[in-house]
Design a protein around this ligand. Structure first.
Ligand code: GLU
Length: 290
């Protein structure tokens, strides 16, 4: 049996905090315990928010915590062509369509629908895309694209689910309501998700499943805030005929007000804690790891 493959996949859009430290250390410890490999992946598809200094800080902070990882590190921004290929496969299955509305236009469309009844929200609380662009004719789509209008490529969720059939994943951790074991995927809860944009030819959902497959990741360890995103990941794996890893979603580290940590909170930043004299052992204690 080949060794299991674990990965930690931060986005360099801020400095790491205690929540990242917990995730990375838990991941690394599990890889060690199981005689597995440990990879670091830089999820830097969003050129507007990712910065080289945050990426350097990730390497520095993780090394300080005592982690080691295989090199070269995969940086998603260097692999857009792999994600484009996946979009082409889904397109060929008739599962992708372009939408042209701005965020503000979508908000207006949703507000109009909400006059009658509450409009469904996704597991992150965002209103589902109302599907308006699905009915555009091919000629109209082509005209808009040729005019240079910005667009997003969306997954036709209904058609995708019809093609993939019922799906589940193996959860070794737990979801927000304690879901564990065989968890039934509910991709419909996300509506017609964006898989790529004109400016950024991929999305979080798409690049994460492609990379996990290309890197042979067998075990995904990540925060429970991504638990329900796994529904979309399972669907994409099925449609693209790529293997599914086992998942372990873990509790989130929260601040004193029980809020999820954000990259801007100074008090829990690893750099600040280190400057204040904390040791890696102290960080492990703070997040409740041995
Ligand atoms: N890049 C994501 C984040 O920083 C994590 C992706 C994942 O582990 O699947 O939240």
């Amino acid at each position: 049996m080949p060794p299991p493959v674990f990965r930690f996949a931060p986005s360099p859009n801020g400095y790491l905090h205690l929540g990242h430290a917990y995730s990375a250390l838990l991941d690394f410890d599990l890889a060690r315990e199981r005689g597995g490999r440990f990879l670091l992946r830089i999820e830097d598809i969003d050129a507007t928010r990712c910065r080289p200094e945050f990426e350097s800080a990730i390497y520095e902070d993780l090394a300080w915590l005592g982690l080691t990882w295989e090199t070269p590190v995969r940086r998603q921004s260097e692999h857009f062509s792999a994600y484009c290929e996946a979009v082409d496969i889904l397109s060929a299955q008739g599962l992708i369509y372009p939408s042209f509305e701005s965020r503000a236009e979508i908000a207006r469309l949703v507000a109009a629908r909400e006059k009658d009844a509450p409009w469904p929200r996704d597991p992150d609380g965002a209103p589902l895309y109302p599907g308006t662009a699905k009915s555009l004719s091919l000629a109209e789509r082509n005209r808009l694209i040729a005019s240079g209008a910005p667009f997003a490529l969306r997954l036709d969720m209904e058609a995708a689910i019809a093609r993939a059939g019922p799906l589940a994943w193996r959860e070794q951790g737990a979801g927000p309501a304690g879901e564990t074991g065989e968890v039934v995927a509910r991709p419909e809860a996300w509506g017609d998700v964006i898989l790529a944009r004109k400016e950024t030819p991929t999305s979080y959902h798409l690049s994460v499943v492609i990379d996990d497959a290309l890197q042979g990741v067998s075990d995904v360890v990540r925060g429970e805030d991504l638990f329900w995103a796994t529904s979309v990941h399972r669907l994409l794996q099925q449609l693209l005929a790529i293997p599914q890893p086992a998942y372990r979603h873990h509790r989130l580290i929260r601040d004193e007000a029980s809020q999820k940590l954000s990259k801007s909170t100074q008090a829990t930043g690893l750099r600040e804690l280190r400057a204040g004299g904390a040791t890696p052992t102290k960080i492990r204690q703070l997040v409740g790891l041995p």
